[in-house]
Design a binder for this molecule. Structure first.
Ligand SMILES: NC(=O)c1ccc[n+]([C@@H]2O[C@H](COP(=O)([O-])OP(=O)(O)OC[C@H]3O[C@@H](n4cnc5c(N)ncnc54)[C@H](OP(=O)(O)O)[C@@H]3O)[C@@H](O)[C@H]2O)c1
Length: 252
């Protein structure tokens, strides 16, 4: 893959302490992208990731910063941007809004209103705030790449309830609007919509979702690396914008 366009850029990856975010961090580091990585509750995971990135990509002399942020808090997001500016002397050129909350409650009659609001704040409102935090810099330099981590839930599938589906469907709607509005500034906006990705906090292992795996045409979970492949393709392919890419092993 031609890395010229993204080499030396700065990417903000939220939820880098999780499975998919960590895989995206590895792939972008491999392409020579500086990283601002967030975690919320798992400092051990982010510290291990940074050691791993430094040992694998030390030759590239990348700037890698880590930031503790609860993306449900606009104040914490603002503070994170201040830290990023202090450490990198710029706002991010690439935003991978990946942090997500997925507590599983299947039926609407069991989903408390507070849980709906909480999920929408983490999975949808946070991306709105994050885009506001990066868009002026991207507009000014007429270059930016934004990727949201949506889900097959946005299309009515998956194993979670309607609150999760609403949060991910909202992301895809926001992505399509932003892609139209921001194209004139050479900012692409896309999302990746995975089904079941293993080795993650959300789907730790196939045994936890054995019945669902049997319904996947490819008969296996996807991997964080396969998800990161799609993210890397999107950030290095500026001509693609406004797309929601399903990554589902054949599930509809
Ligand atoms: N795994 C799947 O099958 C699947 C399928 C479709 C979509 N997705 C989406 O993929 C994204 C990444 O999830 P994953 O599969 O990699 O699961 P994961 O390993 O559980 O990672 C979730 C990440 O989100 C962070 N996070 C959770 N709540 C947060 C909050 N309030 N503020 C800031 N960060 C928060 C976690 O941080 P800490 O651990 O540090 O708290 C962690 O880094 C999510 O948006 C998820 O909805 C996953």
């Amino acid at each position: 893959m031609d890395s010229n366009e993204i080499q030396g850029r700065l990417a903000l990856i939220t939820g880098a302490s999780g499975g998919i975010g960590a895989a995206c961090s590895h792939q972008l580091a491999k392409q020579g992208v500086h990283l601002a990585l967030t975690y919320s509750t798992n400092p051990t995971s982010i510290n291990n990731l940074v050691s791993d990135l430094k040992s694998k990509h030390g030759d590239k002399h990348l700037r890698i910063s880590t930031h503790k942020v609860d993306v449900g808090s606009p104040d914490q997001i603002e503070h994170m941007f201040e830290e990023i500016e202090a450490e990198h002397a710029q706002r991010p050129d690439i935003l991978i809004s990946n942090a997500g909350y997925g507590k599983r409650i299947t039926n609407i009659w069991d989903i408390p209103l507070e849980e709906f609001d909480y999920m929408l704040n983490i999975n949808l409102r946070a991306s709105f705030i994050l885009v506001k935090g990066v868009v002026e810099h991207m507009k000014t330099q007429r270059w930016g790449r934004i990727v949201f981590m949506s889900s097959i839930a946005a299309y009515g599938g998956g194993i979670n309830g309607c609150h999760y589906a609403a949060s991910k469907g909202g992301l895809t709607g926001m992505m399509k609007n932003l892609s139209s509005r921001l194209a004139e500034y050479n900012i692409s906006v896309n999302d990746v919509a995975p089904a079941m990705i293993g080795d993650t906090g959300m789907v730790p292992d196939p045994a936890a979702v054995a019945e669902t795996v049997a319904t996947i045409p490819l008969k296996r979970l996807g991997t964080p690396e396969e998800t990161a492949n799609v993210v890397t393709m999107l950030v290095s392919t500026g001509y693609m914008t406004g797309q929601s890419l399903l990554l589902t092993g054949g599930l509809k």
